[in-house]
Write a protein that binds this ligand. Structure first.
Ligand code: 5GP
Ligand code: MN
Ligand code: MN
Length: 327
């Protein structure tokens, strides 16, 4: 695929969806594509965008009220586009629309993408789905709302240009978006760094209660449902905690668990060194990237941690023996 408009010129009804628990790249890519198509496809086609409730802070993009959440199983779209989702089940309530659509398109950057659509455009080296979309858009057709949406996705998936997925191309695209007028300082502060009082308190609790294991190479912390309720918060208030855990000196892998149900945990993992956390997340039914991945696991917190650390230990041991054999 070279130009997303060429793919969709004949479609009269178009659906778009991103993954469950939408993050910055998911929200940014969905809104960027929605507004780009709305603005540039002739003949005024029907375009519906489906996403779960988005974090309030992402509304800084503007024009977010177009997002739909109703579930009307009978709609059959001419074309349906999945964004930032490595597998079909990641689409959550919108999966049914994707399955019924006449033509399906999958635009993503996850190495674990299962290529589940009629047309799959997956760029594994791209920092974000927003970076992929920039390449499929015609630059002169990007207005300020689209630019803000793309910028949001890029800063969130690169941790504001610090993760190893940041490339020269990423920076060039960000530069072009800034030249369109993206209020970058405000967007970085308001969507990435600023935390409310309760978010700071949960962060503090997670750091205080974190545990170093595997000779200091792994750090683990967790958030119970009770804790979230106590602080009147949701999982959207946990952004950034895993990043703070990851930068603990000497740590190879950071793990954050939060309880979603009785004996059910959402797992976030981040790697600093050569441990491939995507491999571990995939083993437990999730996915992601080599240095940032996640999954859902069942059992007590101890079961979950033991199962994960078994895999980390195994990888660390193999890495050590590989290094030794190099001498
Ligand atoms: P996070 O830890 O921020 O939730 O996710 C890190 C990365 O792993 C993201 O790219 C996200 O899409 C992916 N990821 C997180 N949880 C899951 C999951 O349950 N399944 C899959 N396939 N990917 C996940
Ligand atoms: Mn995402
Ligand atoms: Mn992404």
């Amino acid at each position: 695929m070279k130009n997303v408009l060429d793919e969709l010129r004949n479609a009269r009804t178009i659906g778009i969806a991103g993954h469950v628990r939408p993050d910055g790249d998911c929200v940014g890519s969905c809104l960027a594509l929605y507004h780009y198509l709305k603005k540039n496809l002739s003949g005024d086609p029907v375009i519906d965008l489906y996403l779960e409730t988005i974090p309030e802070k992402f509304k800084i993009i503007g024009d977010t009220e177009v997002i739909k959440q109703e579930n009307m199983d009978s709609i059959i779209y001419d074309a349906f586009i999945s964004l930032d989702s490595s597998s079909l089940d990641r689409l959550g309530f919108a999966q049914v629309y994707f399955e019924q659509a006449n033509k399906t398109i999958n635009i993503d950057h996850h190495i674990s993408n299962l290529k589940f659509a009629n047309a799959n455009h997956v760029e594994e080296k791209a920092s974000s789905t927003c970076e992929v979309l920039f390449g499929l858009f015609e630059e002169e057709k990007i207005d300020i709302t689209i630019a803000k949406a793309l910028y949001l996705g890029i800063i969130h998936d690169t941790g504001v240009f610090k993760h190893s997925n940041t490339s020269e191309k990423t920076m060039n695209i960000a530069g072009k978006l800034i030249s369109i007028g993206v209020p970058f300082s405000q967007m970085i502060d308001e969507t990435f760094y600023i935390k409310n009082y309760h978010q700071n308190q949960i962060l503090g609790r997670c750091l205080l209660e974190s545990m170093l294991i595997l000779d200091g190479k792994c750090i683990v912390s967790s958030v119970s449902k009770k804790m979230l309720e106590f602080y009147d918060s949701t999982s959207a208030d946990l952004d950034g905690i895993i990043d703070q855990l990851r930068i603990t000196k000497g740590v190879e892998v950071a793990i954050l668990l939060y309880e979603t149900d009785f004996h059910e945990y959402k797992v976030s993992m981040r790697a600093n060194g050569d441990v491939d956390v995507r491999k571990i997340a995939s083993y437990f039914g999730g996915g992601g990237h080599i240095k940032a991945a996640g999954c859902t696991m069942h059992g007590t917190i101890h079961d979950v941690v033991n199962n994960l650390t078994g895999h980390i230990e195994h990888q660390l041991a193999n890495l050590t023996s590989e290094q030794e054999s190099e001498y």
